[in-house]
Design a protein around this ligand. Structure first.
Ligand code: GRF
Length: 193
């Protein structure tokens, strides 16, 4: 495989709202030789998001955006274009992006979701999966379109649910898979660029 040196990497922005463990994992991935991405800027809609500390630690630019304010979103669009951002990775980002925003980055926004989409779109997936006595769950990486968790699926990973599983254990086991699936999905889509 051809090694990608810094300048050839795709400028990427990660959007978060909370803990940011996927962000942490993507930063680690971006630093590896076989990674096609460079994370230039992290966007959070929450100024207290725990995940911001991973960006700080790695000296990545951070911008807090109030997505309910149109002028802030317009300013964000300018920042992303100025930084030549060609991929946006949503990672535990809890805001719904506007149609216009999605249009300006058409085919360049991806998201990770902790279920086997199209099942269990939205929040509280592990609770609902357990309530329904599902035998399997997993995670999905998909393109973002205007339908919630509804865009084309890039990759999925299925795992078995054990009798002893509760919300906490399931979340932990699914997250472990997410950390592998997100980088794999990025490699998959960018190999077609
Ligand atoms: C993950 O389970 C992700 O699939 C979902 O939100 C969670 C975020 O976790 N969209 P973290 O903030 O990356 O730790």
């Amino acid at each position: 495989m051809v090694k990608l040196i810094g300048v050839n990497k795709i400028n990427t922005s990660v959007f978060i709202s909370g803990k940011g463990t996927n962000l942490k994992n993507l930063i680690k991935f971006s630093k590896s030789n076989n990674s096609p991405i460079k994370i230039n800027i992290v966007i959070s809609n929450q100024k207290k998001a725990y995940g911001i500390k991973y960006a700080k630690k790695n000296k990545i630019k951070i911008k807090i955006i109030n997505f309910s304010k149109k002028h802030e979103v317009n300013q964000l669009l300018k920042i992303l274009k100025f930084n030549n951002i060609r991929l946006i990775c949503l990672a535990g980002f809890l805001k719904i992006l506007s149609k216009d925003f999605i249009k300006s980055f058409k085919g360049k926004i991806i998201n990770i979701h902790p279920s086997l989409l199209p099942k269990y779109k939205g929040l509280n997936t592990h609770e609902r999966v357990l309530e329904n006595n599902e035998k399997f769950t997993g995670c999905s990486v998909h393109f973002v379109n205007e339908k919630l968790d509804g865009g084309k699926i890039i990759l999925q990973k299925k795992i078995k649910i054990f009798k002893k599983d509760d919300i906490k254990s399931l979340k932990k086991r699914v997250l472990k898979e997410e950390y592998k699936l997100y980088p794999k999905s990025i490699i998959k889509i960018l190999s077609n660029y």
